[in-house]
Design a protein around this ligand. Structure first.
Ligand SMILES: [Zn+2]
Length: 212
């Protein structure tokens, strides 16, 4: 079936965007230099493809991304919240788990306003969510949002997005929880090696970056 152009996975509401394209962050002092460097490297990856600037929060800064490294996996709030908002990267070796470079980029894209790709309103035209393979209690990770909430800036569904889950995300039985309909994409979804071209275009559209 041909999509009707209503594919969306970014906050439509502009209040969730960082003012003046400046993202303030604080990396907690218990995070060692090696891990801190990896976080900064991820930040630079985002800066290098957008008009966003990341600045270390000073003590009088009232809103910023508070980067923690607690138990509980990798997670972030979605979009600018005008307060201190946590972004957690559970401690792993560099390039493992939450400390894979593009997993950190993924979490920061949440903080900038990205939902997961498979939350897009039109996702059922592109992937099947296999409910019976999802671990009990984890179903919320596969929520779909309405077009009123999220926007895709005219971009089509992006199997290659760094914001897409992999095929076995939250599987309880080793079977796929997400089945991509497009041939060749079944095991390609969920990459964490780069920002896709579509990810970059959406990010730049969301923050009204001047086109280069
Ligand atoms: Zn995520």
């Amino acid at each position: 079936m041909v999509p009707n152009g209503s594919q969306r996975n970014l906050w439509r509401n502009e209040t969730y965007r960082w003012p003046n394209r400046i993202v303030y962050y604080h990396i907690n002092s218990y995070i060692d230099t090696e891990h801190r460097n990896q976080i900064v490297k991820a930040i630079h990856k985002i800066e290098s493809v957008s008009c966003l600037t990341f600045k270390e929060a000073t003590t009088d800064q009232e809103y910023y991304v508070n980067v923690t490294s607690e138990e509980g996996g990798c997670f972030s709030y979605i979009g600018y919240l005008n307060r201190v908002q946590q972004l957690n990267l559970q401690n792993y070796e560099i390039e493992v788990g939450c400390f894979r470079l593009y997993t950190i980029v993924h979490e920061f894209l949440h903080a900038l306003g990205f939902f997961h790709q498979q939350s897009a309103a039109n996702r059922d035209d592109y992937v099947e969510i296999v409910e019976e393979n999802i671990t009990e209690g984890m179903e919320f990770n596969f929520d779909k949002y309405t077009e009123a909430t999220v926007n895709d800036f005219g971009e089509k569904y992006d199997y290659d997005s760094v914001m897409h889950y992999g095929p076995y995300a939250f599987s309880k039985n080793g079977e796929r929880t997400i089945v991509a309909f497009e041939e060749g994409k079944e095991d390609a979804i969920g990459q964490r090696l780069q920002l896709s071209e579509t990810d970059i275009r959406k990010l730049n559209a969301m923050y009204n970056c001047p086109t280069v």
